[in-house]
Design a protein around this ligand. Structure first.
Ligand code: ATP
Ligand code: MG
Length: 262
């Protein structure tokens, strides 16, 4: 029996909430658990690609060429030690406008592109830009689940409703009725400055109101996170004993056990 990868989009329109860090640690963690994992960088900032030292030289194929139909997805996959990746770079930025003015299939290019390699993986993890525009819509249309990394500030600004509205529109109008918000992952938690229990209760109430929940696992603020990215290593390779590595692996385990118990 071939696999049919679960596709998870890591999304939040707010910048700097830990999307890329989560995409990296989630994908690398799933691979450490023995799964076949592909990461797809859908952010023109290319942070996920550079954080795992993907080849971004001029002749490297990126998700842009794949979505444009110039190369099959399989040809753009780079097999790295952390996980397989289809990278992105700044050239993807201009494609946003091109998609908007396309007459056909502008929201399903990524879904179509990934369909041919989906059977080769157990999980496909998509990192998205801090935006809810066409590139992110493509990720949401391709996905089975949306994982929402969020910080305390994000909850304070009610951004979750806007994201939930977009997910609802993708379900209703973009042919992906089963798209699920698989949960909210609280990132960069600093127990010294935040009253953990209060934040937890508030965020849970808020998440419930849009039909999702907050994972029990919180990711603590940890300097190793930034250091691992500067060193272009996933967090487990960089320092498996760091709090960030422990927290993210605990999250991977929570994600998998919730999936099993469904
Ligand atoms: N647990 C953590 N502890 C400390 N720093 C962290 C943690 N997680 C992420 N960071 C740092 O916070 C910054 C933003 O994280 P990241 O790039 O993952 O966010 P993002 O949501 O992908 O940002 P963008 O919206 O720009 O794509 C980075 O410098 C990253 O190293
Ligand atoms: Mg990012």
């Amino acid at each position: 029996m071939p696999n049919r990868a679960t596709i998870i989009s890591i999304s939040n329109q707010k910048g700097g909430v830990g999307k890329t860090s989560t995409a990296n640690a989630f994908a690398a963690g799933l691979k450490r658990k023995g799964y076949k994992v592909l990461a797809v960088d859908m952010d023109p900032q290319g942070n996920l690609s550079s954080s795992v030292d993907a080849d971004l030289s001029e002749d490297a194929l990126t998700i842009l060429e794949v979505m444009k139909g110039k190369a099959p997805a399989a040809d753009a996959v780079q097999h790295l030690s952390s996980f397989d990746i289809i990278p992105a770079d700044i050239s993807l930025a201009g494609y946003e406008q091109e998609l908007i003015s396309s007459t056909f299939g502008r929201d399903s290019r990524l879904k179509e592109s990934l369909s041919k390699i989906r059977d080769e993986y157990d999980y496909i993890v998509i990192d998205t830009a801090p935006s809810l525009a066409m590139l992110t819509i493509n990720a949401l249309v391709a996905a089975d689940e949306v994982l929402v990394p969020a910080t305390a500030e994000f909850f304070a600004t009610s951004g979750l409703e806007q994201l939930a509205d977009t997910v609802q529109n993708v379900r209703r109008y973009a042919g992906n009725p089963d798209l699920a918000i698989c949960g909210v992952l609280f990132t960069m938690h600093d127990p010294r400055t935040i009253n953990g229990q209060t934040i937890r209760e508030e965020t849970e109430k808020y998440a419930r109101s849009i039909g999702t929940f907050v994972y029990d696992t919180f990711i603590r603020k940890a300097v190793a996170m930034g250091e691992s990215q500067t060193n272009r290593m996933d967090i487990y390779t960089f320092n498996a004993k760091s709090n960030a590595a422990k927290d993210y692996m605990a999250f991977v385990e929570e994600y998998l056990s919730r999936k099993e118990s469904k």
